[in-house]
Design a protein around this ligand. Structure first.
Ligand code: OOB
Length: 541
């Protein structure tokens, strides 16, 4: 058995985090085992037609872990998982944690290109996906993956008609043969996905110790308990609804997770009313839809006590409107899958909640705000955010070259966000230096889309930039220089889709130029392009 390799924290830090009681040597599956023994019949998760008690969730995940162990899968093995917001997602998550198999949990919006990129990095022996996804309605893609990854020897598909392939039949009891156990808590439990700014999406190895600490601390700050009824409206595998405090925070506290297929008010409001949901997590673009719908359905929302908003910058005016219209507490969450999560606290002043993105959750989160030369800026000045701490990774998975750029010599992660830190420690996000588009909380690495567009024979040059957008916060615009003057955006979108790129990464608009503007050092001047499109939009709107 070989464990998943990753960049460890230096021993002095690991020792400090253990001594402080952050890292407790406990696997992520422990929370479920404890709830199943203390309150087996309490409902843990409601999703679609299924409702699972803690005992059900524990039993089904143990059975799946057992069946996987019987096939020889276990510690050191990796899985690629893609499920929608459904209760099975948590059964699978806990099964893999119990069996010591480290999954990449791809988002349901991901397509062929993303899945292949993840599989190529982790070399999964196990694939768990859904027949409801267009990639898996036919068998061609599974065959393609199996050819690409010869290690892939077990495929389970949600709702497949064949019992041996059907994920749900693996939740039933097996004749126990081989033993299984989680990986040691200091080892990699699973991979988070990075929003990224590079050509291929990077993977984030998270250990049981570091992730569980982040969940436990989040629960303290957000005061989750047995009465918590949490609506998971964002993609369930994302770090925010999984761990901040998210579904894992709910399971740790013994509350209930209610799954919504999407964050739209039409799906969420009836669920809130039926299930008496009292807390949820949204991105600002979803919150905007809720605000529009709230005035006509105020009675649906009376049980709500707390709305967390994060993933993208929440405009102050929207924060004020939300608190006023929804009649519940608001919390800003500024986090990243790499680790660091900041929260406004539940007893913070309105001014903190409306104007800041919160403060780090851990006393041992170290924050540096630096200038271009990476010298600390004067107090209150804007600079680039760097961080390290007990739940912030020290390196992406198998990416030595990128790690040399993304982390400094002392292990600080360069988040790529421009922030200002107020004297009271609270952070205000003012922009970003990473080449990324934040489209309603969904992150697009400009380089990834640019590289793909360059593969089109009629594209000579391309620059992908963000454009301000009323509904989404930002959308993407591809500036292109083409060989063929009649080349249309619609053709390029079709081309990208044909390559298997996720829909949310397709440029929202294309602008043709004779040449891309360059900076003095000869790089594409994206700032100029951003200014140009902003001006163009003010004129046309
Ligand atoms: C969350 O995680 P990721 O990995 O999808 O994205 C991280 C990036 C941050 O570096 C920042 O650029 C942006 O998303 N971001 C925000 C923000 N929250 C995230 N920008 C402004 N204001 C905010 N409140 O997005 C994430 C992970 C855990 C909890 C919450 C969000």
């Amino acid at each position: 058995m070989s464990l998943v390799p990753f960049t460890r924290w230096p021993e002095a830090f690991a020792e400090r985090y253990r001594r402080a009681g952050y890292w407790r040597g406990e696997p992520l599956s422990q929370m479920l085992i404890e709830q199943a023994s203390t309150q087996p019949d309490t409902v843990a998760v409601v999703g679609g037609r299924s409702s699972l008690s803690y005992a059900d969730l524990d039993r089904a995940s143990t059975n799946l872990a057992q069946r996987l162990a019987n096939r020889g899968l276990g510690q050191g093995d990796r899985a690629l998982v893609q499920l929608s917001n459904q209760a099975e997602l948590y059964v699978v998550f806990f099964a893999l944690m119990k069996a010591g198999i480290a999954p990449v949990n791809a988002l349901f919006s991901h397509n062929r290109l993303e899945l292949v990129a993840y599989a190529a990095q982790v070399r999964p022996r196990l694939l768990i996906a859904s027949r409801a996804h267009s990639l898996f309605t036919e068998d061609a893609f599974v065959e393609e993956l199996t050819e690409l990854i010869p290690e892939l020897d077990t495929v389970l598909l949600n709702d497949d008609p064949h019992p041996e392939l059907r994920l749900q039949s693996w939740f039933e009891q097996a004749t126990a043969l081989r033993s299984f156990s989680p990986t040691p808590a200091g080892e990699v439990a699973f991979f988070q996905l990075s929003g990224g700014s590079t050509g291929t999406p990077k993977l984030i190895p998270r250990t049981h110790d570091d992730y569980l600490y982040s969940v436990r601390r989040s629960v303290e700050i957000c005061q989750f308990d047995r009465d918590t009824r949490y609506l998971c409206a964002l993609p369930a595998a994302h770090n925010f609804p999984l761990s901040s405090p998210g579904a894992l925070g709910v399971f740790l506290s013994g509350g209930r997770v209610v799954l919504s297929p999407d964050p739209g008010p039409a799906s969420c409001f009836p669920l809130i009313a039926q299930q008496q949901v009292n807390v949820t997590a949204l991105v600002p673009s979803a919150l905007a839809m809720w605000l529009q719908a709230a005035s006509s359905h105020p009675e649906d929302l009376v049980s709500l006590q707390l709305i967390q908003v994060g993933g993208a910058k929440l405009p102050e005016a929207q924060a004020r409107r939300a608190a006023h219209l929804l009649g519940c507490k608001l919390q800003q969450v500024f986090g990243m899958a790499e680790g660091l999560v900041n929260y406004t606290r539940l007893d913070d002043s309105e001014e903190h909640v409306y104007l800041t993105q919160g403060q780090p959750m851990s006393p041992d989160d170290e924050i540096k705000v630096v200038d271009r030369e990476e010298r600390p800026v004067a107090a209150g000045e804007v600079g680039a955010l760097m961080t390290r701490g007990p739940y912030t990774i020290r390196g992406y998975f198998q990416s030595p070259e990128h790690n040399a750029i993304a982390f400094d010599a002392d292990g600080f992660y360069r988040s790529g966000d421009l922030v200002c830190q107020r004297p009271d420690g609270y952070l205000v996000v003012v922009g970003r230096i990473k080449d990324q588009i934040n489209r309603g909380g969904e992150k697009i690495a400009a380089e990834e889309v640019e590289n793909l567009l360059m593969a089109h024979p009629d594209v000579a040059q391309v620059a992908l930039i963000s454009v301000p957008d009323q509904a989404m916060g930002e959308k993407s615009c591809a500036y292109i220089v083409t060989h063929d003057p009649s080349l249309k955006g619609i053709v390029l979108r079709k081309f990208l889709r044909g390559l298997g790129l996720a829909d949310y990464k397709l440029p929202d608009r294309f602008e043709r130029l004779d040449a891309l503007p360059l900076t003095a050092v000869g790089k594409v001047d994206k700032n100029l392009l951003r200014r140009r499109i902003a001006e163009q939009l003010t004129v046309t709107e």
